[in-house]
Write a protein of this length. Structure first.
Length: 356
């Protein structure tokens, strides 16, 4: 492309791929992407757009409506909210707004891949805070805050694939340390509502903490690509300065609005996931299989034996039960399983029992 000229010093080309939908969505069991496992009732899908007007698709969306509904649901002022394209969009905005080239950024490791993707894109330097024996190295976390001169620290709570939850008391302590060192603390609460504590109220007290949320996990709505930031009004003002003309769209807003107003559907779903998670944990522990996970919609299962792992993965594949594997290091004998209701977890358990 000889006619296309760009500044190589500014543009950082990195390899990206789109995840193909190579699963059987009709007969398969989707346990590999931390999505909603069981399908929505078709009656609910038809109800969502019942009140749609003939002019709604032909005009720009009224974002004030979703902000008003969301703020009332969260019991927060609109000045403390900014809507984004999932948590993914929030992370990108944080790198774009609050980091410069060569800034140091702290992340847990292993964790959500997009932190490192955006770090590469915006040319920042990553400091990885690791796990030891499936426990977060808290000593290293505090060392990074005090000694590494980082600009931003991202902490998913709960993190994935390894869960080691931070209490609200711990998060506030970290927040105070970050404030002393002029660090922006970002708490990724993608899995909020499956049992973890939220740090949302700290945003009203401290200006250096940002909470990220999404409708993808606890609402079970990854398809609508809707998330939001909770932060002090001064931080939200900065986000709003960089926002798109319309943060979301009518279709996504309408789906979100329906489930907020019919939150009993979500509460029932969350309860089923927690029941399925706890059932599978208990049964795996009876089999003396190490399983990690307390506050999210997934479990990390460690088989400690490559041969057993291989047999289980082959059997799962032939039964169209999809799980996440191919981990390295301490996680090389592990699979990550998205939790569904008890009946769904029984299907997985049966495969495991037949192959150990």
């Amino acid at each position: 492309m000889k006619d296309f000229i760009y500044n190589k010093k500014k543009v950082n080309l990195i390899s990206r791929i789109r995840i193909p939908e190579n699963r059987d969505l009709k007969k398969g069991v989707r346990l590999n992407r931390n999505e909603r496992v069981e399908n929505f009732d078709t009656k609910i899908i038809s109800k969502i757009f019942q009140k749609t007007q003939d002019y709604d698709l032909g005009k720009y969306p009224d974002q004030s409506r979703i902000y008003n509904i969301l703020s009332k649901f969260l019991r927060l002022k609109e000045e403390n909210l900014s809507i984004t394209s999932g948590i993914d969009g929030s992370i990108k905005s944080i790198f774009e707004i609050f980091s410069d080239k060569n800034d140091r950024v702290g992340v847990l490791s292993p964790t959500y891949a997009m932190y490192e993707v955006y770090s590469n894109l915006f040319k920042t330097k990553i400091y990885k805070i690791s796990y030891q024996n499936f426990k977060l190295d808290r000593k290293k976390l505090h060392q990074v805050i005090k000694d590494r001169k980082v600009k931003i620290i991202f902490i998913p709570n709960p993190n994935q694939p390894i869960e080691d939850n931070l209490s609200l008391k711990e998060i506030e302590k970290i927040c105070k340390e970050c404030k002393k060192n002029k660090i922006l603390l970002v708490i990724d609460e993608a899995y909020h509502m499956f049992g973890s504590q939220t740090a949302a109220k700290l945003c009203l007290k401290y200006e250096n903490i940002v909470i990220l949320r999404t409708f993808s996990k606890s609402f079970g709505l990854p398809s609508i690509r809707l998330g939001y930031v909770i932060a002090h009004k001064k931080i939200i003002q900065i986000f709003n300065s960089y926002r798109l003309s319309y943060e979301s769209n009518f279709l996504s807003d309408t789906v979100a609005e329906y489930f907020i107003k019919n939150f009993s559907i979500i509460k029932k779903y969350n309860k089923q996931i927690i029941q399925g998670r706890e059932y599978l944990k208990l049964e795996l522990k009876k089999l003396r299989i190490q399983v990690i996970g307390k506050k999210a919609n997934f479990l990390l299962i460690n088989f400690r034996n490559k041969k057993i792992l291989k047999n289980i993965l082959n059997s799962l594949k032939s039964n169209k039960i999809y799980v996440k594997s191919n981990y390295k290091g301490d996680l090389s004998n592990c699979i990550l399983v998205t939790c569904g209701n008890i009946n769904t977890m029984k299907k997985l358990l049966k495969i495991i029992k037949n192959n150990i």
